[in-house]
Unconditional design. Structure first.
Length: 317
């Protein structure tokens, strides 16, 4: 018997892709597994498929825990599932994604051989979820190794893939008190990775494992963006960051909140300008001004797109 690995997976209306996900778990070369599957109020065949695979998992000795909640979003579903896992290691995996056959075994081996790391990651590829299965993006080994580099890259969403990290439960419970994460809209992984990065620095890199995530046209996180949608996403992510930093017991960590507010205020103002909507530009210019991050260029854009005479000259209503 090896160390138990718990895979916690939230799912909403997953009938189109659950077979692929569950099959990738059954193909794992590491068998000491537990799956905590949280059905986030699905109204399709998700429960029927989960019940079918429960038997498949039991046949090979994999514990399967099914939880149901009324629809509350991915973060709330993950937060629910975190109360039920019992493994020495934790994997949070999206239910429309896929793990390479050696994914779990190689990561367990890495953590057992490298006690200095609290968590680890490997390569990830983004693939179009159609008949062509075109590779759209690839995440490989990070080039940074500073103590707070990973933390800051999560803050500013730079060079970070957010899924598929294997985490020591002992480390997880030190930084996620009561196994409670912020459950607002906009995602569910930064709420765990951010405190892990603050307390433990860079994750270890595991060669030869691949996390495949499928990019669907209807996916809430990968669909085509408009400036308005981007502003909503920025607002949600900013809220996740501020709420999560607030839970880190460090005055140094709290100092990052003002920089986060400035960074996202400027991004939201830039996207508001792209809409050319005067009222929206006024709203987000004020937020940028309140956060003391307005530049001269921002001021000129504000005047250009909110002054009625200039708008008329350049052909805007």
């Amino acid at each position: 018997m090896g160390a138990l690995v718990s895979i916690v997976t939230p799912c909403y209306n997953g009938e189109e892709y659950l077979d692929r996900f569950f099959q990738s778990i059954l193909r794992q070369t590491y068998s000491d597994l537990e799956i905590v599957f949280v059905d986030d109020g699905s109204c399709d065949r998700t429960k029927e498929i989960a019940d079918f695979y429960r038997g498949k998992f039991q046949e090979v000795g994999i514990r399967f825990v099914y939880c149901f909640q009324e629809n509350a979003g991915q973060a709330a579903a993950l937060n629910h599932g975190l109360k039920y896992f019992s493994g020495a290691y934790l994997l949070c995996v999206d239910s429309d994604d896929e793990l390479s056959e050696n994914f779990v075994k190689k990561r367990v081996t890495f953590l057992e051989d490298n006690s200095k790391y609290a968590y680890c990651y490997g390569n990830a590829i983004g693939v179009s979820d159609d008949e062509f299965k075109k590779v759209i993006c690839i995440y490989e080994k990070r080039t940074k190794s500073g103590n707070k580099d990973f933390f800051e890259d999560i803050l500013y969403a730079k060079d970070v893939f957010f899924s598929g990290y294997m985490i020591r439960t002992s480390a997880f419970e030190k930084v996620i008190l009561g196994r409670e994460i912020y459950v607002g809209p906009g995602g569910q992984n930064a709420q765990i990775l951010l405190p892990m990065a603050w307390h433990f620095g860079e994750p270890g890199y595991v060669e030869g494992t691949v996390y495949t995530y499928y990019i669907r046209g209807s996916s809430h996180s990968h669909s085509q963006n408009t400036s308005m949608k981007i502003i909503d996403q920025l607002c949600n992510y900013e809220k996740i960051l501020i709420e999560t930093i607030s839970r880190i017991a460090s005055s140094k960590a709290q100092e990052y909140k003002s920089e986060v507010l400035k960074h996202y205020a400027r991004l939201k103002f830039g996207n508001a300008v792209d809409t050319k909507n005067a009222e929206l530009i006024k709203k987000y210019y004020k937020k940028a001004r309140d956060n003391k991050c307005v530049t001269l260029h921002d001021r000129m854009l504000y005047i250009k797109y909110t002054n009625p005479i200039i708008r008329k000259i350049i052909g805007l209503k």
